[in-house]
Write a protein that binds this ligand. Structure first.
Ligand code: ADP
Ligand code: MG
Length: 260
């Protein structure tokens, strides 16, 4: 079943067409990767779906309901989740407390973790940690965790609003190959278990080939290819963007940015 329908989506920043008329669908229980070189428009697309950026034109429908014009909080209430980096200030809190914060925030409640609030949503937080394999680290401060484990906690926090659609912007940035694989395997498992759809961005292709059900490739704001790993790997336009020589997309983008 189609969950998200994106049509003729546009975003301009001054003279730069960051996203230039893209169309794609995302289905229930699907892990869809949005790939492309730096500056391709991945984060911009993402932030329009989440409501952090307002589109210049087009439509983004979640089960038929238009998301453009809605505030991020309202989109979150429609069970669109996203992973955020754990803020520096919360690194001293324990793992479970960070997940409790995400649950408290989702329920629109105050942020205090003192007194009786310390117990609020604790059980749900522990259950979410269990889903990402981090329950045994629940009482450790986040500041002590390995990088890959922090990403797991961030994933648990992204599940706080029981998302039908989870948005992950470069979830594996800064990770080594093994950690990347672990996180993608975990994400894939959650997609299957929860029947959740995931839209994630990634600039390296090797990770996504192994785990994504389908990929869409952006370059300079345009959607240049769409399909499974096999299709994308052999797609001439994709090869040009990733492996081509001469005038690269990044060079062109840099030129365009200089003019702004
Ligand atoms: P990606 O995530 O694929 O690396 P982005 O979506 O961040 O790409 O950026 C796409 C283009 O839009 C780039 O040329 C970038 O410089 C430009 N851009 C992104 N955000 C802004 C902004 N807030 N103001 C001006 N230009 C922006
Ligand atoms: Mg980006």
């Amino acid at each position: 079943m189609t969950l998200l329908q994106v049509r003729d989506l546009n975003k301009s920043f001054g003279g730069v067409r960051a996203v230039d008329g893209i169309n794609f669908d995302l289905h229930e229980g699907e892990l869809l990767a949005l790939i492309g070189p730096n500056g391709a428009g991945k984060s911009t697309t993402f932030n329009m779906v989440g409501g952090q950026l307002k589109a210049s034109g087009g439509s983004i429908r979640l089960q038929g309901q238009e998301l453009i014009g809605k505030r991020p909080r309202d989109i979150c209430r429609m069970q669109v989740g996203r992973t955020f980096q754990i803020a520096e200030t919360f690194a001293s809190l324990s793992v479970v407390e960070n997940v409790q914060m995400a649950l408290i925030s989702h329920h629109g409640e105050g942020f205090s973790l003192f007194g009786s609030a310390r117990k609020r949503y604790r059980q749900q937080a522990l259950e979410l940690l269990d889903q990402v394999g981090m329950q045994r680290h629940a009482e450790r401060p986040c500041s002590e965790l390995a990088y890959g484990d922090i990403k797991r906690v961030e994933l648990a926090m992204g599940l706080a609003n029981d998302p039908k659609l989870l948005l992950m912007d470069e979830p594996t940035a800064g990770m080594g190959p093994e950690e990347r694989n672990d996180l993608m395997a975990l994400t894939k498992r959650l997609v299957v278990e929860r029947r959740m759809a995931v839209l994630f961005t990634e600039h390296s292709m090797d990770v996504v080939f192994a785990y994504a059900d389908r990929m869409i490739v952006l370059a300079r704001g345009r959607l240049i290819a769409e399909g499974d790993a096999q299709t994308i790997r052999n797609h001439p336009k994709v090869q040009e963007v990733y492996f081509g020589t001469g005038k690269t997309f990044e060079n062109e983008l840099t030129d365009a940015q200089v003019q702004v």
